[in-house]
Design a protein around this ligand. Structure first.
Ligand SMILES: [Zn+2]
Length: 222
């Protein structure tokens, strides 16, 4: 038995739509209910009498039903993919975990999942290691907190408006690029700082796309 938790189910009729979807796809539906997340968002839980499921495919199919529907978790299946908690526990030795995490998603959802995982890890690291003392503004925050945090992951070149990973462990020619994890990491890290929340992080160059390095740019108002 698998239990699938789906978010984005706040509109009325979501439970019926999702249940109908599973039945129409031929899944053996054993149970369905609506619960609430800690933040009050509606979650649909679906139980199926199966033991294996392609999460990436299911996530894509649900999104085509409604872009708000997201697979939050699948319980009851042994997943070989590491969890975000695994990454938090093993930081900074996380490159193999991030790769395995990225590879567990289809190409359609991988970058977004990596950004989200990175945001959580970045925010967690900020709170844990860098949130003491007076909050800093950009670009001082970049030099004194974000760059040192990134240096635990690999060699970094930085200016006031960009950061380059010289040999990103999350990326490489011919490999699945997992460097959007770092986009999320930096965004989550900066969003967690009271005076750096106005900063946007974007990946500007990537080894997997033929550039020589992976570079991220920062835009912010002074
Ligand atoms: Zn890259």
């Amino acid at each position: 038995m698998l239990t699938i938790t789906i978010s984005g189910a706040d509109k009325s009729g979501a439970l019926a739509r999702i249940s109908t979807f599973f039945v129409r796809k031929g899944y053996p539906l054993k149970g369905q209910q609506v619960t609430e997340s800690a933040s009050g968002a509606k979650l649909v839980k679906i139980s199926l009498a199966i033991t294996q499921l392609d999460k990436a495919k299911l996530a894509a199919e649900l999104r085509s039903l409604n872009p708000d529907f997201r697979v939050v978790s699948i319980e009851g299946v042994e997943s070989s993919a590491p969890s975000i908690k695994d990454m938090a526990d093993q930081f900074p030795d996380i490159a193999p975990l991030v790769r395995a995490y990225g590879e567990s998603f289809g190409s359609e959802s991988r970058d977004r999942e990596l950004v989200e995982a990175g945001e959580k890890i970045g925010a967690f690291q900020y709170e844990k290691e860098w949130s003491f003392g007076s909050p800093l503004k950009m670009p001082v925050a970049l030099r004194r907190t974000l760059v040192p945090a990134l240096e635990t992951l690999g060699k970094v070149d930085a200016t006031d408006t960009d950061v380059t990973l010289l040999d990103s462990p999350f990326c490489g020619t011919g490999k699945i690029a997992c460097c959007e994890f770092l986009t999320g990491f930096m965004q989550g890290f900066l969003d967690a700082g009271p005076l750096t929340q106005n900063t946007r992080v974007q990946k500007a160059a990537c080894r997997a796309k033929g550039n020589s390095r992976c570079t991220y740019t920062f835009t912010y108002d002074l």
